[in-house]
Every structure is written in C-alpha cells, then in structure tokens.
Design a protein around this ligand. Structure first.
Ligand SMILES: O=c1[nH]c(=O)c2[nH]c(=O)[nH]c2[nH]1
Length: 292
C-alpha cells in the first residue's frame, strides 16, 4: 500500500477588513471578509515539515491589510484579482490562489456624512481563482430575502399514503436567495453587473407567476442569462421559507389566506444551475477543495 498527498490548499480564512475612504467630510465605508487559499508544490511541509515554500497564513492576512492601504480596495472582484495575482506572481512554488470575499453592506444614515446603518443579512460575494496567468471570477449574493404574497401556486404533485400537503392556487412564496454567477469575457464593470443581476433576480421573482419554486428558479437564471452576456452560468440555492395557513376553525373563524405561521424549519431546498450552451469553458471557476 502506498500513501500519497492529495490535493491541498491553505490560507487565512475570514480576514475582517473595514476601510474608511475620505472625500472631505464625506466618508465611504467598505466592510469585507476576505479568505485566501494558496496552492502549489507544498509537498515538503506536509511530508517533512520543511516550510521553505510556505507563505505563512499570517503573511497572507497582512498582505490583505497592506493592499487595502496601498490602493483603494475598489470592487471586490478587482481586489481579489490583485491579491491572487500577487501571491501567484511573487512566490515560485505558489502556482494557484483562490480568494473569497464577502462584502457586507452599510447604508448611509440620511443626512450624515460619516454615520451608517447595517444593510441587513444580504452579502455580495466573489470567488476568484488564479492559476498561473489565468483567472476565473464567480460572483454572487447571499441571503437576499424575498417574499410575494400572491402569484404562487403548487399543485399536481403525486399523492401517496404519506402525502398530506393540500394543493393551493394561492400561497405565499418566500426564499432567501443564494446566487452565484460565473463571468466570461473581458472588461467587465463588476459593480454594474452585480447591480443588474440582482435587479433581474428580484424582478423575475416578483413578476413570474409561479407554479413551483423550481419554475421560479429556472426563470430567474434564464432572465439573467438573456440580459447579461458577461454571465456564462447561474447557480441558485433557494430555501422554500414555508408560510402555512393557520387553522382558525377551532375559534369559529375562516382563514381567508390572511393569517400564516412562518415556519423556521424544516424547509424545502430548491437548487439548480442554469446554463447557456455557448458559454466559455468553466475552467477552474468552480474549483474548491470540497469539489476535488
Ligand atoms: O415550489 C415547491 N416545490 C416543491 O418541490 C415543493 N414541495 C412542497 O412540499 N412544497 C413545494 N413547493
């Protein structure tokens, strides 16, 4: 029997970085969580503990902070690309880097130059993979919570002896959107693209009369691909945040689709990928250790 080292990567996870950029008395805030992972010829440290080629995770963390000072952070995709190319370009044995960034939103408190309120649970995300001089960008958003109080049906599903769910022509549809989209091409305006994809996801959720959350998922991905040619592929994970009608009959009351119990768990989990057939090859775009 022979034992060998398989795929590996290492880095600093969840570096918390907040920057304040001053424009006179007006301040601009960026609140990021940055994770770095480096790959390459790292057999020595694993097999013998020889760390000659190990860029310390502490150094990786320091590099994140130093880069935030040396130039404006800008869009998270650009910051991740700068970091990734730096690590791969600076250390001979480091051949790949994967930089994950979550951006937490802050809204300016109306009328105040330097006071903010946190935007909520939604995050903007990017995952940049650099391998040699190639790079792949997958951006997205987490926890965009949406609800529509009509325009959603669910019926026609098979019934067996375990089925109790009533068919419905009018239900609440609610979810917390996790979306990832893979970019293709050059010269992408990251901020505009993110804002537009987000807008399209929201509008499609709202507009599409839904016969299942699966149908809504496909429509959301399809709309993004139809409108945004820089997007090659969209992955969506949609928890079905069930709102069950409360039985008011014990109180002699009729529930006219007005009173609901918002269930926490369990929840349906609807996930899928929507693709275009002429997309550029995915390369290492989705490459994570977990996916090896
Ligand atoms: O949109 C839905 N899709 C399902 O697959 C499903 N299953 C279920 O119990 N409710 C729903 N709703």
């Amino acid at each position: 029997m022979a034992i060998t080292l398989g795929p590996n990567q290492y880095g600093k996870a969840e570096v918390r970085l907040v920057t304040v950029q001053r424009e006179g008395t007006v301040h601009h805030l960026k609140d990021l969580t940055v994770s770095t992972s480096l790959r390459g010829d790292l057999a020595a440290t694993h097999l013998t503990g020889d760390n000659a080629d190990v860029v310390a995770t502490d150094t990786q963390k320091n590099t994140v902070y130093a880069f935030a000072k040396e130039a404006p952070v800008g869009e998270i995709e650009d910051f991740a690309l700068r970091l990734g190319h730096h690590f791969v370009g600076s250390f001979e044995h480091i051949t790949g880097a994967r930089i994950l960034i979550d951006e937490h939103g802050w809204n300016r408190i109306s009328g105040h130059d330097h006071a903010f309120s946190q935007a909520g649970s939604e995050k903007r995300t990017t995952a940049v993979t650099v391998q040699g001089d190639q790079a792949w960008v997958v951006s997205g958003l987490d926890d965009l919570v949406v609800l529509k109080s009509t325009g959603s049906e669910f019926h026609g599903f098979p019934r067996d002896k375990y089925t109790t769910l009533a068919e419905t022509n009018d239900r609440i549809l609610a979810t917390a959107v996790t979306a990832r989209w893979r970019y293709q091409g050059d010269g992408i305006d990251w901020a505009t693209s993110h804002a537009e994809v987000r807008r399209i996801l929201l509008e499609t959720f709202a507009d599409k009369h839904s016969l299942s959350l699966q149908q809504t998922l496909y429509a959301m991905g399809e709309a993004v691909l139809k409108e945004r040619e820089e997007v090659a592929e969209v992955r969506l994970s949609l928890p079905n945040k069930h709102h069950f009608l409360v039985d008011l009959s014990p109180f002699g009351l009729k529930n006219d689709n007005e009173v609901f119990y918002a269930a926490d768990r369990p929840y349906g989990l609807i996930e899928g990928v929507v693709l275009r057939d002429d997309a550029e090859d995915a390369g290492l775009a989705w490459h994570t250790l977990a996916a090896f």
